[in-house]
Design a protein around this ligand. Structure first.
Ligand code: AMP
Length: 198
């Protein structure tokens, strides 16, 4: 199963991806998590990405494509993966297509979580509050001064991907405002059809 979860920051992609990991036994590939790990470890990629991420902007396609290509070749991706937060630009969407073709693999589904912008900013603020209350570090880009920039980046650069995948006949859009279990059930309904058709 090779799946892309699309949707703006705070749409619930990460939460849903984690649930699918357990059910399908395939890894969640979150480029945000990979980049945060690189920043924490102080790798060359991390050093380049840090300021861009903290400003709520997108890291360059070249950097992100390279880390994903490397990840695809790890053994746990042999049976598939859930892409969470990647691709985020049309160039990344072309790159993922090329990476899969090289590996004689195909995407099974692209699922978009559709959410209300005002709620997104609220959810991001809540995530920051929860982390703070739990004594965990708060993501700099969850700060209310930065989160709107992430949303702008989404509309400028990522939203066109829905048209890209729609044109390929692959896009399935779901109401991401529904409660978490309802969204999971809807995703599983789509994936059930994909598995049966394969
Ligand atoms: P996320 O955890 O998915 O919200 O990602 C956090 C930040 O990492 C984003 O705001 C970007 O700065 C960077 N990032 C994550 N994924 C990508 C991507 N596919 N392309 C470019 N930048 C990314």
């Amino acid at each position: 199963m090779r799946l892309i979860l699309l949707g703006p920051p705070g749409a619930g992609k990460g939460t849903q991806a984690q649930r699918l990991v357990d059910k399908y036994g395939i890894p969640q590939l979150s480029t945000g998590d990979m980049l945060r790990a690189a920043v924490k470890a102080g790798t060359p990629v991390g050093l380049k990405a840090k300021a861009v991420m903290e400003a709520g902007e997108l890291v360059s396609d070249a950097i992100v494509n390279a880390i994903v290509a490397e990840r695809f070749d790890q053994p746990d991706c042999a049976n598939g993966f859930i892409l969470d937060g990647y691709p985020r630009t049309l160039a990344q969407a072309d790159a993922v297509q090329a990476m899969l073709s090289e590996r004689h693999a195909e995407l099974d589904a692209v699922i978009e979580l559709v959410v209300d912008d005002k709620i997104l900013l609220q959810r991001i603020a809540e995530r920051a509050e929860k982390a703070k209350a739990a004594g965990q570090p708060v993501r700099k880009d969850d700060d209310p001064t930065i989160a709107p920039e992430r949303l702008r980046e989404y509309y400028k650069k990522t939203a066109p991907l829905t048209g890209y995948y729609y044109a390929k006949g692959m896009l399935e859009s779901l109401d991401g405002m529904a409660d978490v279990d309802t969204v999971t059930a809807a995703i599983e309904g789509i994936l059930g059809k994909v598995v049966k058709a394969a």
